[in-house]
Design a protein around this ligand. Structure first.
Ligand code: ADP
Ligand code: MG
Length: 272
């Protein structure tokens, strides 16, 4: 609790009856987190000394080469992995998770897949139907309610996965290379849609990728991890106005700069 209070920051107590000020604490706070897999000779330090605060509503891109601990970081924020040292505070309940594979239930229709988290949350039937409609409209799949996952393209399956993640109504959405298996044009369209959905819902998103341009196009902020052990190497605030496009010179210039750092990290790691 002391950690949470400390993050709330200084402020005068509100006079009685006055409206409460907006809570200022971040959606996610990691404080000197270290994660070690295994023991003794087999021990592997996947993450070391990660201190990171994600403000409510931020779109954070986590960038790094393969094996540098990106998925471990998401698992820790999701509460699927314990930390070996340090502290993690996540606001607003259990985060939603989305992976490269949509992991839809093949025997259920699109509508039923999206409905499942609502059922699990005990949402009443009439409201569920209305909510599924709303979510499918949001991902532009309103006409695919009765289709089954195998009848959809990869991009459409990821749209269903986004709708299902939104159905969990979490404040925090964690995405682990969700568009990594899609072709460039489909990915481009999904970037537009994800940006719109993020703006509409006000969610906090942590988006993991090894694609520099994707990280820059989507994020308010890009955190670059370096490997073995996974540490934060550098970060950038991306103030390029939205809507963003890959062709924008600012996006290209930032992506080039970050790529240079990423190459250096990989090179210097190769020498040690
Ligand atoms: P990334 O997602 O950036 O590719 P990961 O977080 O998957 O990286 O992995 C970071 C390091 O931790 C890698 O060396 C990986 O082999 C190791 N690792 C990941 N998960 C486990 C696990 N469950 N047990 C042991 N080692 C693991
Ligand atoms: Mg990974």
């Amino acid at each position: 609790m002391s950690r949470i209070l400390a993050l709330t920051g200084p402020g005068q107590p509100a006079p009685e009856g006055a409206p409460q000020p907006e809570p200022r604490r971040p959606a996610i706070a990691l404080d000197d987190v270290t994660k070690v897999y295994g023991h003794g000779d087999d021990a592997l330090v996947a993450l070391e000394h990660i201190t990171l605060e994600v403000p409510r509503g931020q779109f954070l891109s986590i960038l790094g080469s393969s094996g540098c601990g990106k998925s471990t970081l998401l698992s820790i924020i999701a509460g699927l992995e314990d930390v070996s040292a340090g502290r993690v505070v996540v606001d607003g309940g259990r985060p939603s998770l989305m992976f490269q594979e949509a992991a839809l239930l093949p025997w259920l229709t699109v509508g039923r897949n999206v409905e499942l988290p609502l059922r699990l949350r005990g949402v009443a039937r009439a409201e569920r139907e209305w909510e599924v409609e709303r979510l499918l409209r949001m991902v532009h799949l309103e006409n695919f309610h009765r289709k089954r996952p195998h009848e959809l393209s990869g991009g459409m399956r990821q749209r269903v996965a986004i709708a299902r993640a939104l159905a969990q109504s979490s404040e925090v959405l964690l995405m682990d290379e969700p568009f990594g298996a899609l072709d460039a044009i489909t990915r481009d369209i999904l970037h537009e849609d994800l940006t719109r959905i993020w703006e509409e819902t006000g969610s906090t998103i942590v988006f993991v990728t090894h694609n520099v341009r994707e990280a820059v196009r989507l994020g308010d902020r890009v955190v670059l991890l370096k490997p073995r052990p996974g540490r934060m190497a550098r970060q950038w605030w991306i103030d390029v106005p939205r809507p963003r496009r890959y062709e924008m010179p600012e996006v290209g210039a930032l992506a080039d700069e970050i790529t240079e750092h990423l190459r250096e990290e990989i090179r210097s790691h190769g020498r040690t």
